[in-house]
Design a protein around this ligand. Sequence first.
Ligand code: PAF
Length: 316
Amino acid sequence: MRDTPPKRVAIVGPGALGCLLATALCRIGGEEIWVLDHDSRRAALLQHSGLTLEYADRCEHFPIQATADARLIGPVDLVLLCVKSPALRRTLPSLLPLLTEKTLLLAWQNGIGHLPFLLGAQLPCALALAVTSLGAHLLGPGRVRFGGAGATTLGFLGEAPREARQALDGAAELLRLAGLEARVDKDILAQIWNKLLVNVGINALTAIYHCENGELLRKPEALGLMRAAVQEAAGVAQAKGIAIAPDPVARTIAVCRATASNISSMLQDVRQKRQTEIEAINGAVLEEAGRLGIPAPVNAELVDAVKSLEKTYFPG
Ligand code: PAF
């Protein structure tokens, strides 16, 4: 059977990834694409001025429907939930007008900190998770720079009914039509941890050393901390019986090289004086390690250092 791509799609959170996905979907045409933003002034700006996608050598522009009121959108087939982990609690109640039992909610957060909250949220619809290595950098409201192609994996945590599985296949097909490399994987938890291990080794360190990803490899002290943090987190994954891919340290170093000139999402957060995802990344590893009685001193050190950075601009 052919997967039927969803027709009405809402992208929640016009950050770097949300804007990149919205522009990719706008390019297909034929679907009804909405952006939902908690910030009504920015939503009005996007509705008025559209989205701009910048490449090294050209720009593309797309008109978009944007609002801060989900009731104006109403029920949709697919929600791409692209807000960062710390914003989930605030965001989820505002999505209710979008959700019916036929909706598929696809969550794109980094780390693992969001999983217990989403799984316990008693949603009226099916929930699936997305893991991506697409690169994107937000330049301003609705203006995103393409940061590199990357694979996207979608999947359910646990069993899902047939309609939900078909909806997920349809979502993967839609992303492929939009030019992205997307597939459904049965073991999404392993994919989430594979990406988590990379983020554990890169994100906090780029924020602490205030440098691009590639520069970490030229700083012996940072490289040592990267290796140790990833090894600690990999030990936690193994103790939990998660089938992570071999040699996570080498994979982290490879991602650092491949994204050498990227400003990591955590460094972008610190520069913009926003709450970071440290709790969902190294903090969540630390919590799991504590539960299992495994020491994780380097992750503890990274969490403390990033929280100290946050306190300089975010005393609450
Ligand atoms: O969070 C990020 O910035 C990205 O996941 C990664 C892979 C570290 C590249 O910058």
